[in-house]
Design a protein around this ligand. Sequence first.
Ligand code: THU
Length: 135
Amino acid sequence: MDYRKLLALAEEAKEHSYSPYSGFRVGAAILSTDGKVITGTNVESATYGATVCAERAAVVRAVSEGYRDFEAIAVASDAEGGSFPCGICRQFLAEFGLGIKVITGKPDGDIKVNTVAELLPFSFTGEELQKRDKQ
Ligand code: THU
C-alpha cells in the first residue's frame, strides 16, 4: 500500500480522537504484512497517566484481531508537519519488529519513513531476556 494513503487513513482515525484534556488529536494506521490496515486513536483519561496513545491503540486492536506481522504504521497528529511516536509507543512497536516502518508527516506534504530501529537505537527487546546469565 502507498504510504501516503496509509497516512491519510491515520488522519481519518484522528477524527475519532478522545482528547478532552490535551486537545491534541492523534491517529494511527498500522499495515500488516498481508495488507490489512487497522486504525487507532488516542484515548485520554481524567487520571492522565491512563491515557492510551493512538499507536498503541492501533497495535492492540490489530493484535486482538489476530495480526502480529506488520510492515508499517502511519501516525497523524494535530502538530504542524505531523509528529513522531512517543517513547513508550516506540518500545511497544519494537515488540513486534524493529523493522516496522514508521510513516510521519502529512499525506499531501513531506512524509518521513523511519524504521523502529532508527527511532529506538540500542533497544531492549525480548532477545535480551534470553541472554541473561543463569541464576
Ligand atoms: N499521543 C499519542 O497518541 N501518540 C504519541 O506518540 C504522542 C502522544 C497523545 C497522548 C495524549 O492523548 C496526547 O497525544 C498529548 O500527549
